[in-house]
Write a new protein. Sequence first.
Length: 213
Amino acid sequence: MPDYAQLNQFVYEGKAKDVQRITQEYVDEGIPVDQILNKGLIAGMSVVGEDFKYNILYVPEVLIAARAMKAGLAVVKPLLIAQDGDSSSSGTVVMGTVKGDLHDIGKNLVCMMAEGAGFTIIDIGVDQPYEKFIEAAKEHKADIVGMSALLTTTMPYMKKVVDEFENAGLGDIKMAVGGAPVSEMYADEVGADGYGSDAPSSVELFHKLCASA
């Protein structure tokens, strides 16, 4: 039996080379790729998410752990895609910071943690108009669209995006919002399906939204 605890620990400690080495060893031994992904990489990253939520870890440690997890993902991803079009994905999420806003640290953290939780992430970047969100959602058959804003002046654009998705007949795609000035109440006001207060909460929200779809 593979020692998943060791792989979990290397992800947690951000040891990218060790994560890549062990992941490759497990693949070479013929261990099922979905097991390596779920019990090794994702399980390790979920502990990082929990500890970040409770201020045991901070942003730099999370970024280092996410980089280590990506080193492992790079080994297993081609095999997963070859298996069945990446059947192990928890869902597809289009992420972006809305038009007029150039902040992306929070968005990037959510992207990394969500990818670590098994979601396929399409990051369209910052300062994005509603057309880009719609284009990416259609192209990648998104289950969820996640919008971030850090400025109170750009928050109203979230409603514009939600409204334009409705106008385009894409109302079945779940809309999630987040960012420092955003709240649960504001998410309700703009017609979003959910609000993530931080990266771990956003990942929990994505799981709930996919389950309810």
